[in-house]
Design a protein around this ligand. Sequence first.
Ligand SMILES: Nc1ncnc2c1ncn2[C@@H]1O[C@H](COP(=O)(O)OP(=O)(O)OP(=O)(O)O)[C@@H](O)[C@H]1O
Length: 370
Amino acid sequence: MALARFSQRSERPLASCAGGGTPAGKKSSAPKHSVASFRGASIEDEDADSRRVRVAVRVRPKIDEDISEKCEFVDCLELQPELKRLKLIKNNWIYESYKFDEVFTESASQKRVYEAVAKPVVESVLNGYNGTIMAYGQTGTGKTYTIGQLGKDNSSERGIMVRALEDVLAEASPGFEAVLVSYLQVYLESIQDLLAPEKNNISIIEDTKSGEVCFPGATVVDIRDIDKFLEVLQIGDSNRFAANTNMNTRSSRSHAILVVQIQRCLKGNDEKDFAFVGEESLQNVPALSKSKLLIIDLAGSERIDKSGVDGHMLEEAKFINLSLTSLGKCINALAENCAHVPTRDSKLTRLLSDCFGGFAFIAVCYPFDV
Ligand SMILES: Nc1ncnc2c1ncn2[C@@H]1O[C@H](COP(=O)(O)OP(=O)(O)OP(=O)(O)O)[C@@H](O)[C@H]1O
């Protein structure tokens, strides 16, 4: 499974913001823990912070299900975390080597993954940037575990969503800042509100001037404490489309997107700390800084023959693979610094469009067929 992160400075002009202004595994004999290979992951000599694409890879441990299935595991991966390298061994003589921004072995804790991959993005969002963290990989490789694990009984198992909100809430001071959360899923190219599933087909509105993307009608919950957030996540997760496939007993059939908007009033008496509308300075109206954090648990890419799906689930798999392909095209365009990023090809990429560009850090990853 690969984790991607990217962030973008909000470049919306002060006056354009509402509220008076905005500073800115048929069970395979293949090892399920070998998950993905990544194009674009072998960039070695660029300065990591200046790159628009950053990729971390996490290999999950064998789980009881793998063992009870009596799968034969073939060692086809060699991890070199200290070199941030992964070797894909094809046979005794042939291997391919990939370089990542981080390589996490089976023993990597949730905390470590969060701190190395997600925490820097959360920090930049708290500083007014838009940031995105997403997990990509073959079905059953641990994306939901990494991103969305609630860890209600064991807080050490908490995933990126919960840890990110813990950090955001630790920074926010009540009454002064708002932490607004929406939880959506993209299923069969339709956006559904995970917190109010009757709201289907939610539209995506793009502000033509600022490029800001919003989802009118989606439930927005003002989060003040982590218990409330856990409740919200649990409701959302219960509404997510999931199914039992050959490769995962609870396979997510949709892309889940957590949208966290952070609003902060800027303090100070300097003119620059206040909003401007046209020529008029709105003295005494505190400027509002808005930034957005997207945390995305992508549906698993799957080989239809391996996952053993048919009928409706086959339709689902086609939509999943199509939207992942369009995401891949956008990411390639960003990785190659293309002027045009083709965001209009799928709901998923349209929804992400205000986080594509600028100082972006994004993953480019492709499923690895064993
Ligand atoms: N690092 C880990 N440590 C322990 N168990 C893990 C780890 N990663 C994943 N698992 C377990 O592996 C199984 C598959 O994980 P998960 O459902 O997160 O995969 P996924 O990539 O989200 O799959 P899909 O794309 O089909 O939804 C689950 O039982 C999960 O608890």
